[in-house]
Design a protein around this ligand. Structure first.
Ligand code: AMP
Ligand code: MG
Length: 321
């Protein structure tokens, strides 16, 4: 699926940002760093630009996109933010929290962005490069992870180039992503319910701390709302075994804390470091000469909940016997 040509990779400096804004303004695609993973950005108000994202990723078109905004004021031009949304935005924006909120009638958003849903997923990112592009262009940018659909997400410019090849013309290289795992997605329902659709760097307990009055998490209607929640996703393309304290000779072993492995998510057992290195090591495991992958146990606390969520889905593609 990759085009024959290779993408241009520019440093994410002033000139790189200016070039990115030109390309985006004309409806083109630019891959750029955010604090979570690299995003594949296009202007959210253009049907043609959004179609390019779906084509480049090979993304099923029932899977809607997150729209990135410069601030709360811009978010309000696209969606209705109730009191809870305002409180969450005040607490966690700019940052790794995506809010699913009612779409404003007549909002300048291509239909394919929301895949026809009456809601829209919005995030105000913290990464200085993405923030500069948003602020200087004035555009709202749809930006899913910059990888072929269903595969491991990119945390470095080089991962993007290898996953998307010529399907993306321009990549801004801003170094490795700090959080390394996709944003937390929380859906706010009209009538008071809310639900974490995808676990991420902002933990459910911190969200609960802000929404203390609205603690009734809802469980219905999940199927097409967050296809990042499909059983198989983030697939490294090899059989994968979890909770492995030891590895077999044909396994690339990803360690954590006392379990050393071929390489470790974090030798000191630091979960934030583990999240930041998760996709890097899945990429390395995929490229290694080993036929299978084994991953050390990672505790399900704090951001460890999101790490284990991604590991389970990565393993679901080809479970190891
Ligand atoms: P990605 O862009 O690859 O990080 O994935 C974006 C995630 O946001 C997917 O899991 C989408 O299903 C989810 N998403 C985007 N828009 C909505 C929406 N309106 N309602 C619920 N989930 C959404
Ligand atoms: Mg993704």
């Amino acid at each position: 699926m990759n085009g024959a040509s290779q993408p241009t990779i520019l440093k994410a400096d002033t000139a790189g940002v200016a070039k990115a804004i030109d390309v985006l303004g004309e409806g083109g695609l630019v891959a750029m760093p955010t604090e979570t993973v690299y995003g594949l950005a296009a202007r959210a108000d253009s049907d043609a630009a959004i179609a390019r994202i779906y084509r480049a990723k090979g993304r099923p078109d029932f899977n809607p996109l997150i729209v990135h905004v410069a601030d709360v004021a811009q978010a309000k031009t696209l969606a209705h933010l109730d009191d809870r949304a305002e409180r969450l935005a005040a607490a966690f924006w700019p940052g790794a929290l995506t809010l699913v909120v009612p779409l404003r009638a007549g909002a300048p958003v291509a239909q394919a962005v929301t895949a026809g849903l009456p809601t829209i997923a919005l995030r105000c990112p913290a990464h200085p490069v993405m923030r500069a592009v948003l602020a200087e262009s004035g555009l709202a940018l749809a930006a899913p992870s910059a990888n072929a659909s269903g595969k491991v997400s990119p945390t470095m410019a080089d991962h993007v180039a290898r996953s998307l090849g010529g399907n993306v013309g321009l990549i801004l290289d801003g170094g490795p992503c700090a959080a390394g795992i996709e944003s937390t997605i929380v859906a706010l329902r009209e009538g008071g319910g809310w639900q974490v659709l995808r676990h991420g760097p902002v933990t459910e307990s911190r969200i609960r701390g802000v929404l203390d009055r609205d603690a009734d998490a809802m469980t219905s209607n999940r199927t097409f709302e967050a296809p990042g929640q499909l059983a198989s996703h983030y697939a490294p393309g090899k059989p994968m075994r979890l909770d492995a304290e030891r590895a077999q000779p044909d396994e690339y072993h990803i360690g954590f804390a006392d379990v050393r492995g071929d390489e470790t998510l974090s030798a000191t057992g630091d979960l934030a470091e583990a999240a930041a290195r998760l996709y890097l090591l899945l990429h390395r495991a995929a490229e290694s000469g080993k036929r299978r992958i084994a991953v050390a146990p990672v505790p399900s606390e704090g951001i460890g909940v999101a790490i284990n969520d991604r590991l389970r889905r990565a393993a679901a593609d080809m479970p190891a016997q």
